[in-house]
Design a protein around this ligand. Structure first.
Ligand code: ZN
Ligand code: FE
Length: 240
């Protein structure tokens, strides 16, 4: 089974250290800053098998070659974006599986924020690595894709088991909460969850991973019933 630990990097990014409890195999997701990422890997025993990349933005891939060289790990990323990712040892796409020890992660194509964005879902452990597609109480900007694509991508997450841990790429939750409360002021679950997040952050703790069930109850982007609603929310958030 996979466990996931956030590693705070850069200004407000998270890399994620994954460990397969059966074998001790490990993977790091989006290791954009080598120093803190290597410190986390070394503290966990100094073993790194795989580097998983969600998309090509610098704040997700910048440390990849450094970490690859230090640990001899293999790099997994979207075949569709191979031309703008670090050299891939394992190019993947929708439906492919990535093995971290005995745990299998399913690759999910999630265009919207970028064309070649992918997510990894480990059913054993219930861990979703979703990059910049879904954030706690928010979602990524539509930099390359359409609202229809993002709607379909979020829909692939919405059907996962409610206890799934949402491991996203940024600590944006408090600022996302401000817009969410503005967009959906009558949502009692959102108000309670936003208060929970405020308490966590005031104590200096990460707000993620969140539970998918909480996102389904409180995240206006995940709750959008159709493409037009999602497009409208995203456009309003861009100007908020
Ligand atoms: Zn991004
Ligand atoms: Fe990012």
């Amino acid at each position: 089974m996979i466990t996931a630990q956030p590693v705070a990097i850069l200004q407000d990014n998270y890399a994620w250290l994954l460990r397969d409890s059966a074998t001790g195999a490990t993977a790091i997701v989006d290791p954009a800053e080598p120093g803190p990422v290597a410190a986390a890997i070394d503290e966990a025993g100094g073993r790194l098998d795989l580097i998983l990349l969600t998309h090509h933005h610098g704040d997700h891939i910048a440390g990849t070659d450094d970490i690859r060289a230090r640990y001899g790990a293999r790099v997994v990323g979207a075949r569709a974006d191979a031309h703008r990712l670090p050299r891939l040892d394992l190019p993947v796409g929708e439906g492919d599986s990535v093995a971290v020890g005995e745990s299998l992660g399913r690759v999910i194509d999630t265009p919207g924020h970028t064309h070649g964005q992918i997510a990894f879902y480990f059913a054993d452990g219930g861990v979703l690595l979703c990059g910049d597609t879904l954030f706690s109480l928010g979602c990524g900007r539509l930099l390359e894709g359409t609202a229809a694509e993002l709607f379909a991508s979020l829909g692939k997450f919405a059907v996962l088991p409610p206890e799934t841990l949402v491991c996203c790429g940024h600590e944006y939750t408090e600022s996302n909460a401000r817009f969410a409360l503005h967009a959906d002021p009558g949502n009692a679950a959102l108000r309670a969850y936003a208060e929970h997040v405020r308490t966590l952050r005031a104590a200096g703790r990460p707000s993620v991973p969140s539970r998918l069930a909480d996102e389904l109850a409180a995240n206006p982007f995940l709750r959008a019933a159709d493409v037009a609603t999602l497009a409208d929310l995203r456009a309003r958030k861009d100007k908020f």
